[in-house]
Structure formats: structure tokens, C-alpha cells
Design a protein around this ligand. Structure first.
Ligand SMILES: CC(=O)N[C@H]1CCN(c2c(Cl)cnc3[nH]c(-c4cn(C)nc4C)nc23)C1
Length: 282
């Protein structure tokens, strides 16, 4: 008898559903426990009717296809998915310390040692994604969760695509994190590449240290300020952090500091402890 590999088939009856953890744009997320193993996870429930109305089935299929093949300590893991007649279910890793932006709002801004460790982990995760030619395209505090050991986990791959990519239709949500090449129509081709995540990493670094985004303004002004990289860095930001931000928020994508040099930058090296969560596992 040839041993059949056990393909894990998941179904709703396998899970005890716990408290709601929050809701994304197209679905709600619940704490859940797999009955036999007691394994704790986050169950994201998407309604097929809402997905078709929102015209996002393709995006969800891409999110599933991309995230199922990723394994990195700073990327929220997708363990599997299943569906019934009305809903699609994503079995996601549970991030015990919740949404990073809530910590940021509560603390107003992060101390340099914490911001530096978070950016080191982000750079490690982005290097891993870029090596697989995946652009996240939506790096912002709202899409980052915090694990039990305080390590960060990039979540919500709804907007990620395989690089290089021509511009999709209009974006929704905040403009604050969009790089100049995704805002103004390119002269020749409006394609862009992984370097868009470098710009967003610069915006994230700034927001961690200052408590607000560098180009935060009215939508029209934000676009204008991004297109000119028009921002000022407050004096309380250390010279090393200022140096890294200025090397990421560069209009020309090709001139942005590469991720390898982010990880060896003075501001990152200065604060990185040898604790496991911050060591580069990419
Ligand atoms: C777009 C989106 O799904 N956003 C959030 C909702 C909860 N969700 C979680 C996901 Cl997908 C995974 N783990 C989570 N942990 C929490 C959480 C933990 N605490 C203490 N508080 C919360 C909240 N939330 C999640 C992602």
C-alpha cells in the first residue's frame, strides 16, 4: 500500500472560536483554538459576497498564495485556509501582543533602541521578501503585529505583488506611505520595483521616532510633499537615525540605501542586542 501524504484538510468544526481580535477591511479576525492539538491561532473570516462586491477575490487568492509560502520570524505565518458555501477562512499565526500602531499611539513615539530593533527586523523580513521578488507595497504601522517576545510580524499581504509590477488602479487608505514613483504617473513607464518598500521603511522609521508620518498633511499637500521629499526631521532625533532616514527617503528609487546597508547602518548596529528576535534570520 503506497502511503498517501497527509494533506491537512481544515474545516470550521476543527476550531473553537474565541473573542473577536479585530476586523480588517474585508473580514473579522477571531482568536481560535484547534480542538485536537489545542493550537492557538487567529482565524480570519472573509465573506465571499463582500469579496465579490469589492472585486478583491484575485487579491485574496494572491494573499493566500504569497503568504502560504513564506516562513520568517517577522512575517505573520498563514498556516492554511478553507472555505464553506459563504465564507473563506484564513488560519493565521496569533500575534499575542496585538497591533503595533496601538502601541505607537499609546507610547506616542518609540525610544531609539526600540525603533532601531523594529527597523532591523523589518529590514530582515523585507530582504527575505525581496529575495523572493515579492514587494509588500503597504508597509505601515497598521499592518504590523507584535509577537509574544515583542518581535514584530508583518501582516496583511493583500497589497503585495510579484515584482516588477506596473501600477495597479488607485490605492485606498492613507497616502502617507506611498513613494513618489507610485504617486505621480511615471514619464515613460509607471512601473516600479522592490525599492518602493525602502521608501516606506524610511517613512516607518520616521513615524516610530517622531510619532507622526513625515509628509502628514492634507491629501493634496501630502502628495506634493512626497513628490519633493519635503520633510523636516526634529532635532531630538539622533544624527545616526537622521542619516538613515535621509538615505531611505530619496526620490530616485535607485539611490535609496539597499537593505543590506540598512542592516549594517550605525544606527541599527548601535542598538542591536544579540537577543534572538532581533538577530537577522533572513
Ligand atoms: C487587518 C487585520 O486583520 N487586523 C488585525 C485584526 C486582528 N488581527 C490579528 C491577527 Cl491576523 C493575528 N494575531 C493577532 N493578535 C491580535 C491581538 C492581540 N491582542 C492582545 N490584541 C489584538 C488585537 N490581533 C491579531 C489582525
Amino acid at each position: 500500500l503506497i502511503e498517501q501524504p497527509t494533506i491537512k484538510q481544515f474545516h470550521l468544526g476543527m476550531f473553537e472560536i474565541g473573542r473577536p481580535l479585530g476586523k480588517g477591511k474585508f473580514g473579522r479576525v477571531y482568536l481560535a483554538r484547534e480542538r485536537t492539538s489545542g493550537f492557538i491561532c487567529a482565524l480570519k473570516v472573509l465573506h465571499k459576497s463582500e469579496l465579490s462586491q469589492g472585486g478583491v477575490e484575485r487579491q485574496v487568492r494572491r494573499e493566500i498564495e504569497i503568504q502560504s509560502n513564506l516562513r520568517h520570524p517577522n512575517i505573520l505565518q498563514l498556516f492554511g485556509h478553507f472555505h464553506d458555501s459563504k465564507r473563506v477562512f484564513l488560519i493565521l499565526e496569533f500575534a499575542a501582543k496585538g497591533e503595533l500602531y496601538k502601541h505607537l499611539r499609546r507610547e506616542n513615539r518609540f525610544p531609539e533602541w526600540k525603533a532601531s530593533q523594529y527597523i532591523a527586523q523589518m529590514a530582515s523580513a523585507l530582504r527575505y521578501l525581496h529575495r523572493k521578488h515579492i514587494i509588500h507595497r503597504d508597509i505601515k504601522p497598521e499592518n504590523i503585529l507584535v509577537g509574544i517576545h515583542g518581535e514584530i510580524k508583518i501582516s496583511d499581504f493583500g497589497w503585495s505583488v510579484h515584482a516588477p509590477n506596473s501600477r495597479r488602479k488607485t490605492m485606498c487608505g492613507t497616502l502617507d506611505y506611498l513613494p513618489p514613483e507610485m504617486i505621480k504617473p511615471g514619464t515613460s513607464d509607471n512601473s516600479y520595483n522592490e525599492k518602493v518598500d525602502l521608501w516606506s521603511l524610511g517613512v516607518l522609521t520616521y513615524e516610530f521616532l517622531v510619532g507622526e508620518a513625515p509628509f502628514e498633511d492634507t491629501p493634496v499637500m501630502t502628495q506634493r510633499r512626497i513628490a519633493r521629499a519635503d520633510m523636516s526631521i526634529p532635532s531630538f532625533v539622533s544624527p545616526e537615525a537622521r542619516d538613515l532616514i535621509k538615505k531611505l527617503l530619496v526620490l530616485d528609487p535607485e539611490k535609496r540605501i539597499p537593505l543590506e546597508q540598512v542592516q549594517t547602518h550605525a544606527w541599527i548596529v548601535k542598538h542591536c542586542t544579540k537577543s534572538s528576535s532581533s538577530r537577522d534570520k533572513s
